[in-house]
Design a protein around this ligand. Structure first.
Ligand SMILES: C[S@@+](CC[C@H](N)C(=O)[O-])C[C@H]1O[C@@H](n2cnc3c(N)ncnc32)[C@H](O)[C@@H]1O
Length: 399
């Protein structure tokens, strides 16, 4: 999810690029995972959804879910709906495939890259040289600042996000695995987690950036930037903006810095815990963007992060958040599908965050003009955007 998945999209520097590809075995092993995922979410899931929606319990739970004053709490409703779904063998088979693919992405992806390690490293070095020559020719450069002493928050430290062995930093060639394996052959098909079948996660980022309401921004900040996938889309829309991204993961930041150099856009990448201290000055940014971040933080850390973003934004600045939709915004059946990720795809905070409202959190932090709406199928990405008021609130003035 975090790495650029189209290294050959035409924006690479011309003339120097040697090619890199997986072996036939490696490629085909991942390709079939993409096909299983497509069959699971494109063919089996609609059948399971229809079975649920037309069953008497499914109908009653869906009506309660849509009611203005539901009889059951959201948690109770989802638990009951899950039981109804699990009675259906098609639902169980669909979920089996989802879990199988999520796990096999790494069981197959890591050996597929390992088998070609030497070729990848040679390719990578050649690409670095080409990017270096472009830099010497006067292209603007960015920066990378790592903080070896950074305290990694407890909620993050031991999680193998999305079943990734060792977590974000668990394998030195995760960048290659996503860029040349899981990205093009599995993730690009959509139909996993909150991403709708056939949806393109590269294009979803471009659509998200278009939600910034102004025509230009001088300085934009992305907390939880991972690599530079989202910042690259920001650069495409606002080429004049100075860009800064921060993340906890040194591996993602290092990969991001390399990609930014190759794509030839300057970005300042910093290792920081954005829910604690970004290290940025008060009122120093015109815009903040987040993409697929909030569901990876416990609600308390989200509140702290949004307060920190409020602090670093200038009065009148904009914030745009893109994350999976809250449970209240999706069908009863889809709420069960999203909730499943918490229990089966190593997303410990997914449900906790989807029960909450990012709008309410933004209001608590002091933002105004708050609105939220979906951009694509299954209400994903779900946008929540707001503005820091021009004049400080009474609360802020007396802080
Ligand atoms: C799903 S990834 C999204 C990455 C990126 N926004 C993108 O569009 O690809 C979530 C990222 O949030 C980062 N993260 C989680 N908690 C963080 C925190 N407290 N401070 C900074 N980054 C954090 C993770 O390391 C991970 O790279």
């Amino acid at each position: 999810m975090t790495f650029l998945t189209r290294l050959d999209d035409g924006s690479l520097k011309q003339g120097h690029a040697p090619s890199f590809a997986l072996s036939q075995r490696g490629r085909a092993g991942l390709e079939i995972l993409g096909a299983i995922q497509t069959f699971s979410s494109g063919t089996l899931r609609p059948v399971a959804a229809a079975t649920f929606a037309t069953s008497p319990q499914g109908e009653a739970l869906s009506a309660d879910h849509a009611a203005e004053h539901p009889a059951l709490s959201q948690r109770e409703r989802i638990a009951k709906a899950r039981t109804v779904c699990e009675d259906d063998p098609v639902y169980r088979l669909e979920r089996f495939f989802q879990r199988y693919v999520a796990e096999e992405n790494f069981n197959r992806g890591i050996p597929a890259i390992e088998e070609r390690r030497a070729q990848f490293l040679a390719y990578d070095a050649a690409m670095e040289n080409a990017a270096g020559e472009a830099g010497d020719a006067g292209a603007e450069t960015g920066s990378l600042t790592l903080d070896e002493g950074l305290e990694i928050p407890r909620y993050y430290a031991r999680v193998e996000w999305h079943l990734e062995p060792g977590g974000w930093d668990g394998y030195d060639l995760y960048g290659a695995l996503f860029a040349f394996g899981v990205g093009p052959y599995v993730f690009s098909k959509g139909g996993y987690a909150a991403v709708g079948i056939g949806d393109d996660i590269v294009n979803q980022r471009v659509k998200t950036i278009a939600q910034f309401p102004k025509d230009s921004y001088a300085r934009i900040y992305e907390p939880g930037c991972g690599g530079v996938s989202t910042l690259k889309a920001v650069h495409g829309r606002f080429p004049e903006a100075e860009l800064t991204g921060a993340d906890l993961s040194p591996l993602l930041l290092e990969n991001g810095a390399r990609m930014a150099r190759r794509f030839g856009f300057p970005v300042h990448l910093k290792q920081a815990d954005c829910a604690k201290a970004s290290g940025e000055a008060d009122a120093s940014y015109d815009g903040v963007i987040t993409y697929a971040l909030h569901h990876e933080l416990p609600p308390k850390a989200n509140r702290a992060l949004l307060a920190e973003m409020f602090r670093i934004l200038k009065p009148g600045a904009d914030i745009v958040l893109a994350d999976p939709p809250p449970f209240r915004a999706v069908s009863m059946f889809h709420a069960v599908i999203l909730d499943w990720d918490t229990h089966h795809r190593e997303e410990p905070f997914f449900s906790a965050v989807l029960h909450e409202s990012l709008e309410a959190m933004l209001a608590e932090a002091g933002f105004t003009q708050i609105e939220s709406y979906p951009l694509g199928q299954d209400q994903y990405p779900w946008i929540t955007r707001a503005r820091k008021p021009d004049t400080p609130s009474h609360q802020e003035a007396t802080r």
